[in-house]
Design a protein around this ligand. Sequence first.
Ligand code: UD1
Ligand code: CA
Length: 451
Amino acid sequence: MGASLIILAAGQGTRMQSDMPKVLHRVAHAPLLAHAMQAGAALEPERVVVVAGHGAEAVEAAVAEIDDSAQVVFQEDRLGTGHAVLQARAALEGATGDAIVLYGDTPFIRPETLAAMLDARAARGVVVLGFEPADPARYGRLVMNGESLEEIVEYKDASAEQRAIGLCNSGVICADAAELFTLLDEVTDDNAAGEYYLTDIVAIARARGLSCGVVRCAEEETMGVNSRADLAAAEAAFQARKRAEALENGVTLTAPETVHFAWDTWIGRDASVEPYVVFGPGVTVETGAEIRAFSHLEGCHVSSGAQVGPYARLRPGAELGNNAKVGNFCEVKNAEIGEGAKVNHLSYIGDATVGEATNIGAGTITCNYDGVFKHHTEIGARAFIGSNTMLVAPVRVGDEAMTGSGSVITSDVEAGALALGRGKQVVKPGLARKMFEKLKAAKAAKVKDKS
Ligand code: UD1
Ligand code: CA
């Protein structure tokens, strides 16, 4: 039977200095809460319950977006972690299997670590995720007897001897779902903080004759976010990990420390990414593609062998075919660029389809917006769009058609046709020289006047 997840997300996060609930602040473009839920999702949980409190409406809306099968319950008064978990009782009524408690503000627990906790649970009543921080500070301390966990003592309640323990409570706890609540029934608020401590279930389980155990993890995994500085540190940790992963997966990063990834960036083997590239959410880059310096990509797909940038912007819905090129100072939005097609310089291609091997000249613009509606531009295969063409959508240009430079194209161009939509050139011999002489004489007269 799959485990269930209880994710605590009721805290206010005062130190964030924010109007937004803490768990909705983002790392790599995803809310902290989504990171925590994602780690648990790998276990294919039977039920997911998020305990919301501060900013509950916003949290509920975010949860619906992340996992619409997750339930949100409310903790009206924040009376402690034990009290928070109790709010999930009704939502977990009848759940068989284990429950794992996670914190919504702790984004980096690895799925493998949670799986190890479930394994350890086979032999223990309660399993706690422990870690040995460089500075144990005010974490709860894990009091061990050999490999058995005796109790968790909160820092505030700990003796000097207990405070000297280096093994700390990450907050992640696993127990049988039904048993978790009967253990919590015995928790009181008789302690230094006057709170219902989730951590008290360890001593209560021991008193019932259940053995408790610890799974250890690296400190990085338990990193929590309490302030904007923590948020920045979490972002940096995420980026460092994602860069290392990309390198391991066979992606060339010329200057890894300058490349920023989103939580879901996917880059294929033998793709290369030059310095100062930013990936927003929803980007996939296939094998062998080249993302050149200073490019910004989001919600787009770059196929095998395609080249992007330097200085390119790919916005949501940009789809580059195999070996397509989008060069410097080009923006592509909601548009398919066919196989081998080129959009090389200073162009905007939005709401469009560009056929294979078509060349889009410098400065071409798809005029897709009339102030109210968006319109589509369709360009066929092997067409040649002259520099500075304005394609006033809706409009179609057929296969192997051409447009003259500087044309404003307002009606369809059939396959194989040349369209010219520009003023006729007039040349007046000698007139430039005459104009210059006249202007220079006027300037000289002015200077004389002033002196
Ligand atoms: C808790 C643990 C401590 C552990 C530490 C790790 C307890 C009693 N203590 O302490 O052993 O070392 O985490 O970071 O469990 N929350 C609610 N509702 C509440 C109280 C808390 O949703 O009523 C949520 C918070 O938003 C937060 C999490 O639970 O995400 C932990 O709460 P917090 O107050 O930070 O616990 P600590 O005192 O740090
Ligand atoms: Ca805390």
